[in-house]
Design a protein around this ligand. Sequence first.
Ligand code: SF4
Ligand code: SF4
Length: 386
Amino acid sequence: MKQTQVVSLIITEKCNLACKYCYVVEENVGYHNQKNIVMTDEVIHRAIPFIIYNIAPTCENLRIDLYGGESMLEFDKIKFFVERFEPFAKTEGVWDKTQILIFTNGTTATEEIMLWMKPYFPKVDFSFSVDGTENSQNSTRVYKDGSGSYSKVIENFELFKKIFDLPENESIHSRSVHTLSPDNIQYLMDTILDYKIQGISSYHTFLCKDDIWSPKDIEEYRKQRKLSTDFLIKEFPETGMMDKYMVLLMQRQRYKQKGECSSGKTLISITQNGDLYPCHRLYQGSRAAKFKIGDIWKGIDKTSTYLGTLEKLGIDTIKECINCKYGIRDSCNFQCTSARFESATTKGNIFKVIPSICELLYIDHQSAAALNKALSGNLNFEILFM
Ligand code: SF4
Ligand code: SF4
């Protein structure tokens, strides 16, 4: 039985932002081409028993991610799903092991939405995507007219804290994922210094693994990761300040855990029309026919092409990984299947890796190794791995 299974429901592709690294793209059309498609009530209605009877019995913990675009632009659909899922899941004994996360860019939640959500919290929670402090966030997460979204995110989070009775000093940066991309990487160290001033001890960076990094961007990444790693080594013993992404990588090194792309393994996605895909990134454009693995009416098609290739898609089977030139395959965080499919370098061949992403993964690996080495004698160090 799997420890955790994630089911993502792609409620809509609509979005009010135009983030520079957005993956809601159509090949040959470009970024920010989100369509106005919305999941129908009929699909939501049918997805609930599918999740409860087909997915929940295969795992100890069930996580349901409500995705967009910006999922909350279709708040009525979220409400419709949660209000029907809860009683059904309670009757079938699935509710206790379920966590529902509403993925949001932080700009759209209104008082009405938060008040509705309060009785379900924290069983139903937000997962915020916020790229660090003001300069960083406003470099990547912008509105369609190019203006930054930071002030709106902070305004909404203040309301969130009030309605959910969170401590006054709680920061959105401890509850969000900060995607590092070429457009904001130069702000990483400044952002971390700002976190220190704000008293934030735990934050979560995430490497954008799409093939969009130039050699110059990679050099900037190397510089910023080195600066931030040296800073964490100095700060951790005193303040406990740490990056959750680094903790994951440190764990991989400690216990020799290889990373993997969870698509089709511990992740399954339901599209707006009820089709099943291995991941919320693998269903658009020409990906549709190639990666479809069933639908909510007939269930998972175990004979589908993608599921048939899954075993050949890992670090132990991809040729470049077997001969990894960086010598890190025992604990590499690995690459994204969708990014490899879209990459101009791999030309749609998902059995190849993107060389520029390998370079970034190696930089991350070196940072984690430095943290492991410098901190392993520290009394608080073991707490990281609990
Ligand atoms: S660095 Fe690249 S080649 Fe090496 S194991 Fe990781 S993904 Fe594979
Ligand atoms: S395809 Fe990419 S986004 Fe999807 S599960 Fe794999 S790594 Fe994650």
